[in-house]
Structures are given as C-alpha cells and as structure tokens.
Write a protein that binds this ligand. Sequence first.
Ligand code: COA
Length: 271
Amino acid sequence: MELPEDVGSDDCLASYTHIYSPDLLRDQVAFITGGGSGIGLRIAEIFMRPINLTVVFLDRCLIKCFLAVLFFKCTTTCADSKRNAFFFDTDAAGNFLCPASALSFNAFKTVLEIDTMGTFNTSKVVYEKWFKDHGGNIVNISATLAYRGQALQVHAGSAKAANDAMTKHLAVEWGPSGVRVNAVAPGPISGTEGFRRLGGSGAEAAGSFQSIPLQRAGNKTEMAHCTLFLASRASSYMTGAVLVADGGAWLTSANDVSALLGIASSKSAKL
Ligand code: COA
C-alpha cells in the first residue's frame, strides 16, 4: 500500500495528494492547539490545503494571549465571512519517560495540567464562546498508554485516560448543542517530539517495530488524515469515539519495565 507523503522534520510537504475532496472543509474555521510542531503542525498544514478553510493555530509560547486574541479573531472570522462551522483540534501535550517511583509530585501535576487541564480549559472556552450557539466539532489527540498500563508513563497515561473520559462526557453533554467530540489515539509517529523523547528512533533501529502488526511507525500525515476524517462530515454520526491509529501497536508492543528502563537511561531521563 502506498503511504501518504510526509517529511520527518517540521517542514511543509513538498507535494500532497488529496485523499478526500479538497473542498471537504469549505467555509469552515479550524483552531488547532499544539499547532507549532509535530502532528499538530502537519494537521494545520493538511487542513490549510483545502479551499476556503480558515486555520488558526496556537502553540504554548502563545498561550497567554490566547483568551484575549483568539476568540476575537475566530468569531470575527466566522461572523464576517459567514463561515458556517467551526471545529478545533487539541494536540498540546507534554511527556517523558520516568518510573512512577522517581516522578516528582510536580512532574505528575505538570503533565496533567498541560494534557488534561489544557484540553478542558480550551474545550470549555470554545464551547462558551462559540459552539454553544453555533455547534462545532472537537477532535482531541489521545494515546493508547493507559490501555495496558504502559511502564514509565503513569503521568501521560493518566492524563490521556482522563482526556478519553472527557471526550465521552462532553460528547454526551454537548451533543444536543450540535457539538461532536471525538479523539484520535496515535501510536509511534516518526518525526515528532514524542517519538524522539520516548525512544522511538532507538526502537525502530533495534527492529522493535517488527512486533507492531503493521511493522512500522506511523507518519504525521496519516494522523492528519484521521483528524480530517473526524473533523469533517465524513464522520457526521460519530461522537464520543476514540479512533485508534497505531498500526495495532498497543495490542502487541513490549510493555516490559526492564527494556523500557534501558531506553529511558539511554535518553538521560531522570531516573
Ligand atoms: N523526567 C522526570 N521528571 C521530569 C522530566 C523528566 N524527563 N522533565 C521534567 N521533569 C519534572 C521537573 O523536574 C519538574 O519537577 P520538579 O519541580 O519536582 O523538579 C516538573 O517535571 C516540571 O518540569 P518543568 O521543566 O518545570 O516543566 P515545563 O512546563 O517547562 O515542561 C515538560 C513540561 C516537563 C512536560 C516538558 O517535557 C515539555 O515541555 N514537553 C513539551 C513537549 C513534549 O513533551 N512533547 C512530547 C509529547 S508526546
């Protein structure tokens, strides 16, 4: 099977072949958190390629001006251009490998604040300011870490499990307002900060990905396509769902503490 184009860096794609109709998101507005690098950046790029879509993306360095500026810009854009829908993707995350016994209280809290509080705060503000009256669509970026209790990941696994619960709770509460809430759960995705921090390159070089059913890492464009599906009318009857896009990795990959400690040590994590 031919894979979608991607590059390992945060550069834009040299070429891109649409897999959906280019006007799938016509006249909509997208707001993407964590859009400054990695999966979030590729989502922003792929979303910008369709005709007549406005994309607003945000990264942590801009977070302080977010509440003041963003909704002025988004609501103005929506109102002025009569754009009739609005959706957002949230991909802000923080992670590193660390055993629970070595994890400080502040480290756990920091990751929860970025991943879980960040998702809730943004979802709530978007809902109050726009979705409540106009409907909309939220796509969260999740993870499979909690499915089997991944070693060295109690902080990120707990945070993303909370986000999966939040996806369902908000889908139930906000569905009557015309708001869909879904999530994509990526596996190891090359060319991302997570891949570098969590030992993806070493695992790939060591042949560990042979144990993944699809026997390779995913790429950022593939994650953008999953997000595009959930953000578009192609998934119009889906809400409260987590779309796992990991090549089957969570089913078969090693979850062995000793092996993962080896990766963590070689990455100079605080152990
Ligand atoms: N292992 C264990 N603890 C760590 C750590 C690591 N590799 N990196 C940071 N911490 C701890 C710090 O020691 C601190 O705890 P302390 O005050 O008890 O010493 C706490 O986490 C907060 O660290 P700090 O650097 O002040 O927070 P930050 O907000 O600047 O950074 C992180 C947030 C820690 C999540 C950082 O890794 C980050 O910015 N990541 C963003 C990118 C990313 O992780 N992408 C991958 C997504 S999969």
